[in-house]
Structures are given as structure tokens and as C-alpha cells.
Unconditional design. Structure first.
Length: 65
């Protein structure tokens, strides 16, 4: 799936999701269009894609019980 993005210089482009993740990580874009919400997401103030992280608490998934 290609997503529309806007660079800091106000130019627009379409990128795939792995590229979007990298652009967000390195803050190379101003915003991207989130089709599920039909709105632009400003990466400086809106919640963006999470890359996950380490969880150090107790296991809570049913499959692990």
C-alpha cells in the first residue's frame, strides 16, 4: 500500500509502509495521510506509528498462560 506524505519543504510523494516507518523514525517528513481516519497526521504533534519496544512486565497473553 502506498501512503501520501508531505516533506518539510512542502513537496508531496507516495511511499510504501517500510519507507514511511524510516521517514518517521528519522523525522524526514512533516505529515502523512492516514486513510483509516481520512486525515493528515502531523508527526510533531499527533500519535504516529509505533515501532514496538521491549516489555519487562509479567506475561499477560492468554497463549502464555
Amino acid at each position: 500500500m502506498l501512503l501520501r506524505i508531505q516533506y518539510p519543504d512542502s513537496k508531496y510523494d507516495y511511499v510504501d509502509t517500510p519507507t514511511l516507518d524510516r521517514l518517521i523514525e528519522f523525522r524526514r517528513i512533516r505529515q502523512f495521510f492516514r486513510p483509516s481516519e481520512k486525515k493528515w497526521v502531523d508527526i510533531s504533534r499527533d500519535p504516529v506509528r509505533g515501532l514496538g519496544g521491549n516489555y519487562f512486565g509479567p506475561e499477560r497473553r492468554l497463549t502464555a498462560l
